[in-house]
Design a protein around this ligand. Structure first.
Ligand SMILES: C[S@@+](CC[C@H](N)C(=O)[O-])C[C@H]1O[C@@H](n2cnc3c(N)ncnc32)[C@H](O)[C@@H]1O
Length: 256
């Protein structure tokens, strides 16, 4: 029997957005999310990626793992709810917009963003980890929140599909962060907003080297302060804003 719930309708809408059509036709939805990778498991090359693919970590991610990680990055004073509010402001979210939350983990931002939308608005959480997506379906689906499993380096969407695109706490984990960023920009429509949160190198050389060495062993990359502002500027984006807090940077911009 077909599931008539609003969450099932959101899942169906998320499926309909997938391009090309051939990919959409191969997708399954048995797990409560759109599965684009079939039986291929999420890659496990580093300590950090192994954690993201672990069901135990996924279960405690939203309430324990992330708040702890954020405090380790020294994002002083910015609680999860303040970070969500910042995302909302940076993305200028409203109405019937389509939002893509890349590397959405257990949907800890996706669901919140979806609740700010109305009518046909939808927030799609996109991630590669089965464990995280299972948790997202359990804890954070809704009438305007649905999830897709795929690789952020190859987003399965036509150019300009989304009104807003975000990627929090993930670019430092993926093998090809710059390719992911170019994909984020590609699927954003002109006039749309992008917002990322990622790592930021310190100025002090000895500390920078020490932190870079330690994080590198875990599979976490540190980015220079100007790397993403420069990429956004070179892509012709405007209204570029950057906020640095401890070892984290928040960067947002408007596509032209
Ligand atoms: C630390 S979590 C971030 C979750 C959430 N965005 C947040 O801010 O709390 C990083 C996520 O990136 C996902 N991820 C890593 N590589 C990915 C890839 N190539 N494509 C999509 N997601 C990926 C992981 O599975 C994990 O759920």
């Amino acid at each position: 029997m077909t599931d008539p719930s609003p969450a099932a309708a959101a899942l169906h809408r998320a499926l309909e957005m997938i391009e090309p059509t051939t990919l959409r036709e191969q997708a399954t939805t048995d797990g409560g999310y759109v599965e684009l990778l079939g039986d291929v498991p999420a890659p496990n090359p580093t300590v950090a990626s192994r954690a993201m693919n672990n069901r135990g970590v996924a279960a405690i991610y939203e309430k324990i793992w992330r708040p702890f990680g954020v405090s380790m990055m020294g994002i002083g004073g910015l609680s999860m709810s303040a970070e969500r509010a910042k995302a909302l402001t940076d993305l200028r979210l409203h109405g019937e917009q389509r939002v893509l939350d890349v590397a959405s983990g257990p949907g800890n931002f996706t669901k919140f963003l979806s609740e700010k939308l109305t009518g046909d608005g939808i927030a799609v959480g996109f991630d590669i980890s089965e464990a995280m997506l299972a948790r997202a379906v359990r804890d954070n689906r809704g009438p305007r929140a649905a999830y897709v499993r795929g690789d952020a380096a190859n987003l399965p969407y036509a150019d300009g599909t989304f009104d807003a695109v975000c990627c929090y706490a993930a670019l430092y984990l993926v093998p090809e962060p710059l390719r992911v960023v170019s994909e984020l920009i590609r699927v954003l429509r002109p006039g749309g907003r992008i917002a990322i949160m990622t790592s930021c190198e310190l100025r002090s050389t000895p500390l920078r080297v020490a932190i870079g060495f330690g994080s590198g062993r875990m599979g976490v990359r540190m980015f220079p302060k100007n790397q993403f502002t420069d990429i956004f500027a070179r892509s012709g984006m405007t209204d570029i804003e950057q906020e640095i807090r401890g070892l984290a940077q928040f960067v947002s911009a408007t596509k032209q």
